[in-house]
Design a protein around this ligand. Structure first.
Ligand SMILES: [Ca+2]
Length: 224
């Protein structure tokens, strides 16, 4: 649902972009909105992307959150954003970071076999990207997801407020699965390795044993 009549968002989060105000005020650049409570006040809000591939690199894409308090926007552009492949895409709104309000999951980049999504939260009051601490496979606060013959990747909510990030690569007739757990602490995902697992399994066993590799990203996270 588009909301072309609503006022232009606050520009605090897009101060580095000269054309930001114009882009955010242009209904033609707005993509389809998703509805859900973003700020945790139990009232429905709207999230949508503003995309202008012709703008200066670094200022080509924004995420906007419209709440009862007003609107906020942040720049989500990356140099490697694959506009010609249809990205960025606002995938879904899910409760991921453990704080009140839903978080926006946005596909930002595609690789050879998987896509890379950022998670954007209003948990602190301002729209910001959920940060990831730890080592590989956590690159640039992005969650890899998708599948090809050569690689499987996924992320989802685990038990007791954890987030699980899993990757798998073929090794002979098996896949080596690397599953890592994280816990959210004030908007930052930090390793919680007690549940970590590394296993070599047959491909047909993966969806049951590692459901985060067999289902869409964050699909086990609450949507309300
Ligand atoms: Ca709300």
């Amino acid at each position: 649902m588009s909301t072309p009549s609503s006022p232009a968002p606050s520009l605090e989060g897009v101060a580095g972009c000269n054309g930001g105000a114009a882009a955010l005020g242009d209904p033609a650049l707005r993509e389809e909105a998703l509805s859900g409570d973003l700020d945790g006040d139990r009232k429905p809000d709207h999230a949508y992307l503003v995309v202008d591939p012709e703008a200066t690199v670094g200022c080509r894409a924004y995420l906007v959150a419209e709440t009862a308090e007003g609107s906020q926007a942040i720049v989500i552009d990356r140099e490697d954003m694959t506009f010609d492949l249809g990205l960025p895409v606002l995938l879904e709104l899910r409760q991921i970071d453990g704080r009140p309000g839903l978080d926006a999951v946005v596909d930002l980049v595609t690789g050879a076999s998987t896509a890379f999504a950022g998670v954007f939260t209003m948990g602190s009051g301002s729209l910001e990207q959920l940060a990831l601490k730890g080592d590989d496979p956590l690159v640039d606060d992005l969650f890899s997801h998708g599948a090809s013959i050569g690689q499987l990747a996924g992320a989802d909510c685990g038990e007791r407020g954890t987030v699980v990030i899993t990757g798998a690569t073929p090794a002979g007739r098996l896949y080596v699965v690397d599953r890592r757990f994280y816990r959210v602490d004030r908007g930052v995902l930090r390793p919680d390795p007690s549940g970590d697992e590394r296993a070599a399994v047959k491909l047909d066993r993966i969806p049951n044993r590692f459901p985060e590799l067999g289902s869409p990203i964050f699909s086990n996270c609450p949507s309300k």
